[in-house]
Design a binder for this molecule. Structure first.
Ligand code: NI
Length: 141
């Protein structure tokens, strides 16, 4: 594929951050780092579509927050078609970690993760997804 050169204007601070990123990740130059960032960013936005994916949702939350556990349980029951399995780990007296194995349309899983993350007392919620091969690509939703 032909390579096209173009100019980019950046604030000094952002450029320094980019150079740090280049160094930390052992990229050979800025171009390589920018290429990586762009393709990752675009791949992320593609998750919003209707691809069939499987993945995991990791959550960390404050067990003592009033009503939180009941709310998380209710939200998960409502989306049981997306959740294959879950593991609950009591990290210490107050904090819990919950791992959900999930499968479904990328947009649905993203929406579920956003919903669970928005519950007060959830400190961390991260969804990872892998597209299932052979799944058809639809964008009509
Ligand atoms: Ni717990």
């Amino acid at each position: 594929m032909p390579v096209i050169r173009f100019g980019v204007s950046l604030e000094k601070e952002l450029l320094d951050a980019l150079d740090g990123f280049v160094e930390e990740n052992l990229f050979v130059n800025r171009s390589q780092a920018i290429r990586h960032l762009i393709s990752n960013g675009l791949a992320e936005s593609k998750w919003q579509c209707n691809n069939e994916v499987a993945g995991s949702l990791t959550m960390i939350y404050d067990h003592h927050r009033r009503g939180l556990v009941a709310q998380l349980t209710r939200l998960q029951h409502e989306r049981n078609n997306l959740i294959l399995s879950s593991v609950h780990l009591h990290l210490d007296r107050g904090q819990c970690m919950e791992l959900l194995a999930v499968r479904g349309r990328a947009a649905e899983l993203t929406a579920m993760a956003d919903k669970l993350r928005s519950v007060k007392g959830v400190r961390y919620a991260r969804l990872t997804m892998a597209r299932l091969t052979g799944a058809e690509h639809h964008d009509e939703t």
